[in-house]
Design a protein around this ligand. Structure first.
Ligand code: OSB
Ligand code: MG
Length: 368
């Protein structure tokens, strides 16, 4: 496989409804796609983070520089830029997992297309479809929240995740439980909004039989999460704090979490994501696939990952229309609460040329 061309396409796609979390409000998916062309095939990927470093330290313009100036030159210098060789070459650059994931995934897509193998087959997926949950943002009122949850349940979503923050936690969770009953699968995500001083307050959530509470405390503070877990019956799930299989192993050994949210981008790509799945499975720790409001380009490979056997909880892998009136690919459609796992070679999807040209705001040739 010889690298011939790498293109970066900035895209802006409006969200159907603003998405508010404890760290900010998003009204569009504003990111870039990578398009890799080799002598044998092509590959696509999507950078998962946002223009501002509010969820994680990486951001769109910074990642473009990291890929252009540090990652791609190392990959382009390889005699054969396979995913495995690229992973080793990129390891010399510290951090920047989301930028690495974008480049690795585009290469992996191209490489698998060369071998006519789907990502699902390559990763070892065992399901043809995966159960879908939905992440529900912070709303202006509880009645607005209940209306939204009702609509998602009518569409067939199998589990509800409520975004929480101080001032929007016990009340909305209680309201959802009272309205929809105790059999509904509900979990919450704080995106680092609390501290250990809030322990007694967070213990009130134990009354609601939640599946889990995601990233309640500051990022990377495994010690604090372990201390909180000692006082909480609700399982802690880590998102922002897990950047690698090593982090997952440490967190599990410390009882800093009892569930792991695997976002391939946050951990440097699908190979490391599979290693986290394996580490968690060896410890009997359930995992699920998180999301970053991806277009179809990011969603397709997440569905392949979510079909591995250890993904025993529904993910944030919702249907395309939960995010976009029009996606940049063929939309993923919910059927009986599930999404299909792509089966064609590589990530199994590519942008629709017409939609792509309308949503693209700038194109840069990074390599030729
Ligand atoms: O914390 O899981 C998160 C979206 C953007 C950034 C971080 C998170 C999220 C979500 C939505 O919760 C997941 C999705 O539906 O893609
Ligand atoms: Mg999260």
């Amino acid at each position: 496989m010889k690298l011939e061309r790498v293109e970066l396409l900035h895209v802006v796609i409006p969200l159907v409804t603003p998405f508010r979390t404890s760290f900010g409000t998003m009204t569009s998916k504003n990111t870039f796609l990578l398009h890799v062309v080799t002598d044998e095939s092509e590959g696509w990927s999507e950078f998962a983070a946002d223009p501002e470093p509010l969820y994680c330290p990486e951001f769109v313009d910074g990642a473009e520089i990291v890929i252009r100036d540090f990652l791609l030159p190392r990959v382009a210098a390889l005699p054969e830029p396979t995913t495995a060789a690229a992973g080793q070459a990129m390891a010399f650059v510290k951090g920047h997992e989301l930028a690495k994931a974008a480049l690795e995934t585009a290469l992996l897509d191209a490489e698998l297309r060369t071998h006519q193998m789907s990502l699902a087959t390559f990763l070892g997926s065992v399901h043809e479809r995966v159960p879908a949950g939905v992440s529900v943002g912070i709303k202006n009122s509880v009645s607005e929240l209940l209306d939204d949850v009702e609509r998602y349940l009518a569409e067939g979503y199998l589990r509800i995740k409520l975004k929480i923050e101080p001032g929007w936690d016990i009340e909305p969770v209680r309201a959802v439980r009272e309205r929809f009953g105790e059999r509904l699968s509900v979990q919450v995500d704080a995106n680092t909004a609390y501290t250990l001083a809030d322990t007694e307050h967070l213990r009130k959530l134990d009354d609601f039989e939640l599946l889990l509470i995601e990233e309640p405390l500051e990022e990377n503070n495994l010690h604090a999460h372990a201390r909180l877990q000692k006082r909480l019956a609700t399982p802690i799930c880590l998102d922002e704090s897990i950047h690698s299989a090593r982090d997952a192993a440490s967190a599990i050994a410390m009882d800093a979490c009892r569930v792991v949210n695997i976002k391939p981008a946050r951990v440097g790509g699908y190979l490391e994501a599979r290693r986290i799945h394996d580490v968690a499975a060896a410890h009997g720790v359930p995992v699920w696939c998180g999301g970053m409001l991806e277009t179809g380009i990011g969603r397709a490979p997440n569905l392949a990952l979510a079909a591995l056997p250890g993904f025993t909880l529904p993910g944030d892998t919702s249907a395309s229309r939960r995010y976009f009136a029009e996606d940049i690919t063929e939309p993923f459609v919910l059927q009986d609460g599930h999404l299909p796992v792509p089966t064609t070679p590589g990530i199994g999807i590519a942008p629709l040329p017409d939609a792509l040209s309308r949503f693209t705001t700038a194109t840069r040739e990074l390599y030729r």
